[in-house]
Ligand binder design. Sequence first.
Ligand SMILES: [Fe+2]
Length: 181
Amino acid sequence: MNPIQVLMDEHQRIESVMKRLSSWSRGLAGGEQDARSELAEFVEFIQSFTDTLHHGKEEEILFATMVERGFSRQQGPIAVMLSEHAEGRALTATLRVLSECPAPWTEEERSKVVRASRAFVDLLVAHIEKEDQILYPMAESRLSDTDWDEIGRRFELFESDAKNAELRRKIAPLITRLEGR
Ligand SMILES: [Fe+2]
């Protein structure tokens, strides 16, 4: 396996759901019957696929290896990526609270949904571009073939971990539903 290709393929999936989230939030006009459960599905995708499975592999395996090979965790590209992951988690928490508040949304709650969705999509799209264009090429030029073999082996272990494998199975139909929206 090529670990960078795995991460970039996941980016494409995330971007395709971000497009759906963006158009969904722009289409909110009031009086939506299923808006809360629809938002809850986007939040579930973000927390399971984007954060647990994708950011999990980046933070626990790729970034950790880069730090072992001399990249700083406190400043520079890895620090920026980690702080953007944290910013994304805060926006996701806001979206989750909004998905759980009692129906119907007030005017103010609806505009919060639109603002937080837009902020999240903008953050993720720019973040993915930085990883694809800057961080991953830096990693490719600095890590050795042995490092990449080890990263690939650890990606496989991560994916076959019972909790992660179960999560991936559980969200497969959700991804199909979201991509068809
Ligand atoms: Fe990423």
